[in-house]
Design a protein around this ligand. Structure first.
Ligand code: NAG
Ligand code: NAG
Ligand code: NAG
Length: 454
């Protein structure tokens, strides 16, 4: 079943939701901010395509079974997908299926970014599929615990399979058209698993920054953040890494001192409330850690409030006035910059507030689904950084059919982002490698089409 709405949901999805900023999720808010920023640029792109472009991309809905593993359960839900058919050469052309992960998917998912940029070269049809329980693809009953048991990567993969079959019928796609999955981060893992589990349906997958290994205690996350802060290729240095330690030590010292030092800390970090309770102090440190981790994770991405180079500049005393500035002052400045770009008046760090937000079963229409993602990390993946993602990924080739690529200066999923003049040589080379790999695969697909083997 498909319901076509030839209209933009874009403006609706761009509604800002920065009303509350839960500390533990500062990293996700940063990711969301960057995604929304890129989505809003996608709109500009869509509208500048000239006559006929207003109908692009199209949104549709697939009726999916809530529990495809239980034949006596006939309940279903509507799963959202987006389609960009402007480059599609028709029936035999390849299909680029961009998988959604732990957040909503907007029109930009088929208009911008690497899958869309690659489409013209092969005349591909670009389709994106929102993950069940995120964005608008939420089953009846919402996010109640009883419903969340139908949220898992296994069920998401079952959705990919039934979407693949339903969309083939809907678009009259020839059975010899190769389907290639794309995804970044968790969705990258889904892309990889989709190919491994359903090789008869998914011809190949490009999995970006995919943490395919589950881990409970993810202390390596901070190791990678630390190495990145020292990497001169992206503006880091040994001094910068040391300055971060000094700044955090100063925050901890002020927290422990209590009294006036703690009150001053609250003002200086624009914290939303008093810092007395130990659990809130822990959340505050978590928020600051997420801020530094977020700068590394989203380094160099359009819409990121700070790059590693800029953060290091602040921590090492900005305009060269080292005598005056301390790393702590630099961290304060970094907090202000990030809060400003997220549209926040103050830095929230209340454990009670975080828990209350996670308890809410009201779905968020856009952005990351915190409650759902916490459920998935609890039931499937862990990923609790006790403290990036590439340490959980596969960065060495497993064989000729599973090639891997590590982009040394690339931040999380950066290869999925639209190309920019400022892209680093290693990122350009990385994208080129993906292009060449696709070329090899699609040539193979073409050969088997001719032989009628697919
Ligand atoms: C399968 O679905 C039926 C009908 O909804 C339900 O009664 C049964 O408990 C389900 N079985 C499992 C294993 O979930
Ligand atoms: C679907 O494609 C086949 C060729 O593969 C063609 O014969 C048929 O007319 C098409 N159906 C529709 C509804 O476009
Ligand atoms: C550096 O800081 C000192 C002390 O506040 C100030 O007097 C001086 O003008 C500053 N220098 C520059 C270059 O900003």
């Amino acid at each position: 079943m498909a319901v076509w709405l030839a209209q933009w949901l874009g403006p609706l999805l761009l509604v800002s939701l920065w009303g509350l900023l839960a500390p533990a999720s500062l990293l996700r808010r940063l990711g969301e901010h960057i995604q929304q920023f890129q989505e809003s640029s996608a709109q500009g792109l869509g509208l500048s395509l000239g006559p006929g472009a207003a109908a692009l991309p199209k949104v549709g809905w697939l009726e999916q079974l809530l529990d495809p593993f239980n034949v006596s359960d006939r309940r279903s839900f509507l799963q959202r997908y987006w389609v960009n058919d402007q480059h599609w050469v028709g029936q035999d052309g390849p299909i680029f299926l961009h998988l959604g992960g732990e957040g909503s998917l907007g029109p930009g998912s088929v208009m911008r970014g690497h899958p869309a940029a690659l489409a013209p070269a092969w005349g591909a049809l670009v389709i994106s599929l929102e993950h069940r329980f995120y964005g608008l693809s939420i089953p009846a009953g919402g996010l109640e615990m009883a419903q969340l048991r139908f949220l898992s990567s296994r069920l998401a993969l079952a959705d990919v399979v039934s979407a693949r079959l339903a969309l083939s019928r809907l678009f009259n796609i020839s059975s010899s058209s190769p389907w290639i999955c794309f995804g970044g981060s968790y969705a990258g893992s889904l892309a990889a698993w989709a190919r491994l589990k359903f090789p008869h349906l998914i011809f190949a997958s490009v999995a970006s920054s995919a943490p395919v290994r589950a881990v409970l205690d993810f202390s390596e996350y901070n190791d990678v953040v630390s190495r990145s802060l020292m990497s001169t290729a992206i503006g880091g240095s040994l001094e910068c890494r040391a300055a971060v330690s000094v700044a955090f030590a100063e925050v901890e010292r002020r927290l422990r001192s209590g009294g006036a030092a703690q009150a001053a800390l609250r003002t200086e970090l624009s914290a939303c409330g008093p810092l007395g309770r130990a659990e809130n102090q822990a959340e505050l440190l978590g928020a600051l850690q997420a801020l530094v981790g977020g700068v590394v994770q989203y380094d160099g991405q359009t819409g990121a409030p700070l790059s590693v180079r800029q953060l290091c500049g602040l921590l090492l005393g900005g305009g060269g006035n080292r005598s005056h500035s301390t790393p702590y002052c630099g961290l304060r400045r970094a907090v202000q910059i990030v809060l400003h770009s997220l549209g926040q008046k103050c830095l929230s760090f209340s454990r009670a507030e975080t828990v209350a937000q996670l308890r809410s079963t009201e779905p968020q229409l856009s952005g990351v689904g915190d409650r759902q993602w916490l459920y998935q990390t609890c039931t499937e993946f862990g990923f609790w950084d006790t403290d990036p993602w590439h340490v959980l990924s596969v960065t060495q080739a497993l064989g000729s059919s599973e090639s891997t690529l590590l982009i040394r200066t690339g931040s999380h999923c950066l290869d999925m982002a639209p190309e920019r003049p400022s892209d680093s040589p290693s990122l350009r080379l990385g994208r080129q490698n993906i292009f060449q790999q696709l070329q090899t695969w699609l040539k193979l697909a073409k050969e088997s089409q001719i032989k009628g083997e697919v």
